[in-house]
Design a binder for this molecule. Structure first.
Ligand SMILES: Nc1ncnc2c1ncn2[C@@H]1O[C@H](COP(=O)(O)OP(=O)(O)OP(=O)(O)O)[C@@H](O)[C@H]1O
Ligand SMILES: [Mg+2]
Length: 343
C-alpha cells in the first residue's frame, strides 16, 4: 500500500477539473458549521464521475462551489483551489468571469430545477437563447427555425410529449418533472465541456430516467462531454459513471472505479450503502440508508465521522480520524486500510 498521504498526490495531467483541499463553512449568528472538509476531487476530460452520499453530506455544496454559485454569506470558502482546464482557479474569478464560464465551459442542472429557469420568460425563448449563445461561442450561424427543431428533438428525447406546447409555457405552468427536463435540456443545449448534474433523476419516472441516462451516455461518447453526477442513488451512479467518490459529513471516504466501488466496496460506509441496495438494483428505487442517523455537522465525533454507525469500529477509530489514502483499488479513508494504525 502507498504511504502517500492524500489522494491529491495523484495529480492527473489530463484533468478537466481539479478541486483541491476545498473547505467550506456555513456561517450564521449561531456559529460556523463545516460542511466540506479538505475535499479533493478530479474529473478527467471526457470522464463521468459520480459523487454519492446521504442527504446532508455536502454534495450540493460541492457542486455549487465549483460553479461559484454558493451564497456567500452564509457560505464561506475557508481554503482550497478549483482548477479548470489546468490553469484557471475558479475561486479567484470575479462574477463577470464566472458568468462567462457558466453556460459555456461549465453548466449545471441544479437540484432545485425551478432555480435554473427565469420565471418571466417562456420556456421556448429561454431554450433558444441558450442555443443561440452556444452557436455564437462556436462561431456557427444561428438559424432560429432549425434551432427550434433541435430544441424540439431534444425535448422529445427527454420524453416531453407535445414539446411545441411546452415551449409556449412559462416555467411555473410546468410540473416539477417537466421543469426538470427543461432544465436538463437547457444545460445540454449550452454544449458545455463539463456538465454538473445535481440529483438529475429526482422527480422523473423510471422510463424517463432510463431515457435520460441513455442521452447522457450519448453526449459523453459522441461529444466527449465530461460529467459530474451528484446523487444519493448509488445504483444510478454505478450505471453511468466511470469513477465514484463517496462522501460523508463533508469528507471523501472512498474513491474508485465505479464497478469496483459497487462490487467490492472498501469503506464500511460504502459497504452499508451497497448492502442496502435491493436485489436487481438497476431498476431499484433510491437506496435505503445504513442504520443510524446521518451525523449532526455541529456535533461531529472526534475520530472517524462514521465511527458511531460503523460495525467495525475500534478504539482507534473513535480517537483519531484517518486520512484518505491510496489503496489498491482507488482511495479510502479508514483505519482498516492504513499501515499507520500501529504507529
Ligand atoms: N444555505 C445554507 N445555510 C446553512 N446551511 C446550509 C445551507 N445549505 C446547506 N446547508 C447545510 O450544509 C449541509 C450540506 O448540505 P448539502 O445541501 O450540500 O448536502 P447534500 O449532500 O446535497 O444533501 P441532499 O442529498 O439532501 O441534497 C447540510 O447540513 C445543510 O443543512
Ligand atoms: Mg443536494
Amino acid at each position: 500500500m502507498s504511504s502517500n498521504p492524500t489522494i491529491l498526490a495523484k495529480q492527473e495531467t489530463s484533468s478537466l477539473l481539479q478541486v483541491e483541499h476545498l473547505t467550506v463553512d456555513y456561517v450564521s449568528i449561531d456559529g460556523s458549521v463545516r460542511v466540506l472538509e479538505d475535499v479533493s476531487i478530479s474529473v478527467g476530460r471526457g470522464e463521468v464521475v459520480g459523487i454519492v452520499g446521504e442527504s446532508g453530506s455536502g454534495k450540493t455544496t460541492l457542486g455549487l462551489s465549483i460553479l461559484g454559485l454558493l451564497d456567500t454569506p452564509p457560505a464561506k470558502v475557508r481554503s482550497g483551489v478549483i482548477v479548470l482546464g489546468g490553469e484557471t482557479d475558479l475561486l479567484r474569478l470575479d462574477e463577470h468571469q464566472l458568468e462567462k464560464l457558466r453556460g459555456g465551459y461549465l453548466s449545471i442542472v441544479l437540484q432545485e430545477s425551478v432555480e435554473a429557469l427565469n420565471p418571466v420568460y417562456k420556456v421556448g425563448f429561454q431554450l433558444l437563447e441558450a442555443l443561440e449563445a452556444a452557436s455564437k461561442r462556436e462561431g456557427k450561424r444561428f438559424n432560429r427555425e432549425s434551432a427550434k427543431q433541435e430544441v424540439i428533438r431534444l425535448l422529445e428525447e427527454l420524453c416531453v410529449s407535445q414539446p411545441n406546447l411546452v415551449l409556449d409555457k412559462y416555467p411555473h405552468e410546468l410540473s416539477g418533472g417537466m421543469r426538470k427536463r427543461v432544465a436538463i435540456a437547457m444545460a445540454i443545449l449550452q454544449r458545455p465541456k463539463l456538465l454538473i448534474l445535481d440529483e438529475p433523476t429526482t422527480g422523473l419516472d423510471a422510463y424517463v430516467q432510463s431515457r435520460l441516462l441513455g442521452l447522457l451516455r450519448q453526449l459523453n461518447r459522441e461529444y466527449g462531454v465530461a460529467m459530474l453526477i451528484i446523487t444519493h442513488d448509488l445504483p444510478l451512479a454505478a450505471t453511468i459513471c466511470d469513477r465514484i467518490y463517496v462522501m460523508y459529513a463533508g469528507r471523501i471516504l472512498e474513491e474508485g472505479d465505479a464497478k469496483g466501488v459497487l462490487n467490492s466496496p472498501q469503506h464500511p460506509y460504502t459497504r452499508a450503502l451497497v448492502s442496502a441496495i435491493p436485489q436487481g438494483f438497476i431498476d431499484a428505487p433510491p437506496l435505503d440508508v445504513p442504520p443510524g442517523d446521518p451525523p449532526d455537522l455541529k456535533r461531529l465525533p472526534r475520530g472517524c465521522k462514521f465511527a458511531p454507525r460503523c460495525p467495525q469500529k475500534t478504539s482507534l477509530c473513535e480517537a483519531s480520524e484517518p486520512l484518505l489514502l491510496e489503496s489498491h483499488r482507488g482511495s479510502v479513508r479508514c483505519w482498516l486500510y492504513s499501515d499507520d494504525k500501529n504507529t
